[in-house]
Design a protein around this ligand. Structure first.
Ligand code: PLP
Length: 455
């Protein structure tokens, strides 16, 4: 008897319907959590068949699903799933390997080793850096900063893994004014404290100012952790990493971390690489797979130059669990986990060097196209459109009202933010399937809704 086929067929039927609908369905959906809850029902006393469960589940939640993987979702920095990456993700679940230790799945461990090496090559990072496959840039930032904490304190003669932070030498954290909230979260969780971190001034695009870093650094006697960024969530701007690394090169005990959740992928494009020049001089890097590389959730890489710093900070061992270099869990926060490096391998193999560069360039070009069309339509583009982000302000209309009208209309979806103390629309292009027509149609619709609201 085929125990899996009917259930997998039901999942496949939903996937086919959903994926085919992405280019045409209304992009956002009105939130009605109470109705969704009611549709999901109560815990049954007796179970029901797999196919019935899947059919019920997909019908129940579909009204609550957003077409965020589709071509006209410009909210946040989202990306969709490349067909090959989605299929590889299904393989991961089907094979159900535990990617914690190599002995549980040499296949998963080696795929991750190879995928990690390829990613380093594309990103222009040191070939012998350690790569951990994290759930997102949030946990990749935590993993990297745990390595930083280990290394900075070990150099000051302190064993933080054994003795904790009470009584430890102080580590000064210098953080760009435009740093992402997840870096602050990582600092909180690692005991550095959010409020103790010193904010370094940024320019009008949100890039850390090297001169401000130099003067902040001059006041720091001891170990220092500097958190820089490639890809500001509002402007897409990248900190001047080469200059930052040069400023730090004069300091004895400094660790430079780069949160490059989406922006670090600029390194894979010969025409945008200059934006992240000097990135390779840092000590650690966090980069997402599930945003711009268009992999399914959850996927990110934590990369650390000093492999021992990462593995000392993160690996656990026990007599039943002897760990070695090939064991992926020595480089991640998780122990047992899915083989999330497999879709990374599949996507990189399917795209090749040129395909990744083309994905990056296409999104940047489409962002430029959107910016030009917004400007031609009388909207104000607030940022230098260097990457895939466009910040827009319209006159005479409340930004939140406009974003709501765009969501209700369903042609596309855009986010909002605050820039220069005033609300703005945030338009991110990060999906592999977005076309120039999608951009034109979406911008025109947003501008038409602006005109309707302005009456
Ligand atoms: C999205 C983002 C993060 C957080 O990434 P997750 O994948 O959501 O955990 C961190 N930093 C930057 C700059 C981001 O854009």
């Amino acid at each position: 008897m085929d125990l899996h086929g009917p259930a997998l067929d039901a999942a496949r039927a939903f996937a086919d319907r959903w994926l085919a609908s992405l280019p045409t369905r209304p992009v956002g959906v009105p939130a009605d959590p109470a109705a969704l809850r009611a549709r999901l029902g109560d815990l049954p006393d007796d179970g029901v068949g797999a196919v019935e469960v899947l059919e019920h589940l997909t019908a129940a939640i579909e009204p609550g699903l957003v077409a965020s993987g589709g071509p006209r979702y410009f909210g946040f920095v989202t990306g969709g799933s490349l067909p090959v990456a989605l299929a590889a993700d299904w393989l991961v679940s089907a094979a159900d390997q535990d990617a914690a230790v190599a002995v549980m799945s040499p296949g998963a461990a080696v795929v991750e080793e190879v995928a990690g090496r390829w990613a380093l090559e594309l990103l222009g990072l040191p070939a012998d850096a350690a790569v951990g496959f994290a759930t997102g840039a949030q946990t990749a930032n935590i993993a990297c900063l745990a390595a930083a904490r280990h290394a900075l304190l070990a150099a000051a003669g302190w064993d933080v893994e054994a003795d904790g932070l009470a009584g430890a030498p102080a580590v000064t954290v210098l953080l760009g004014a435009g740093a992402h909230a997840t870096v602050v979260q990582a600092l909180r969780l690692l005991g550095f404290g959010a409020r103790r971190a010193v904010r370094v001034a940024a320019d009008a695009q949100g890039r850390m100012l090297p001169a401000a870093l130099a003067s902040a650094l001059a006041a720091v006697p001891g170990p220092v952790l500097v958190c820089a960024q490639a890809g500001h969530v509002n402007t897409g701007a990248c900190d001047p990493l080469d200059e930052i690394a040069t400023v730090l090169s004069g300091h004895r005990a400094a660790w430079l971390h780069v949160d490059g959740a989406f922006g670090l992928w600029a390194a894979a494009s010969p025409s945008r690489r200059h934006l992240v020049a000097g990135a390779e001089r840092a000590d650690s890097w966090a980069v997402d797979g599930h945003k711009w590389l268009n992999l399914p959730y959850d996927s990110a890489l934590a990369v650390v130059r000093d492999a021992t710093a990462l593995t000392t900070a993160l690996s656990v061992s026990s007599p039943y669990l002897p760990l070695g270099e090939l064991d992926p869990s020595t480089r991640t926060l998780e122990n047992s986990r899915r083989a999330r490096g497999v879709p990374v391998y599949a996507a990189l193999r399917a795209l090749g060097r040129r395909g990744v560069a083309d994905l990056v360039d296409r999104c940047c070009d489409l962002a430029r196209r959107a910016a030009d069309r917004f400007a031609a339509g009388g909207a104000e583009v607030l940022n230098d459109v260097v990457l895939n982000q466009v910040l827009v302000r319209v006159r005479g209309v409340d930004v939140a009202d406009l974003a709501r009208a765009v969501a209700a209309d369903g042609t596309c979806w855009v986010g909002t933010t605050v820039w220069d103390d005033a609300p703005a629309l945030r338009f991110s292009v990060s999906n592999w399937s977005t076309t120039p027509e999608d951009i034109d149609r979406s911008v025109d619709r947003i501008l038409a809704l602006r005109d309707e609201l302005a009456g």
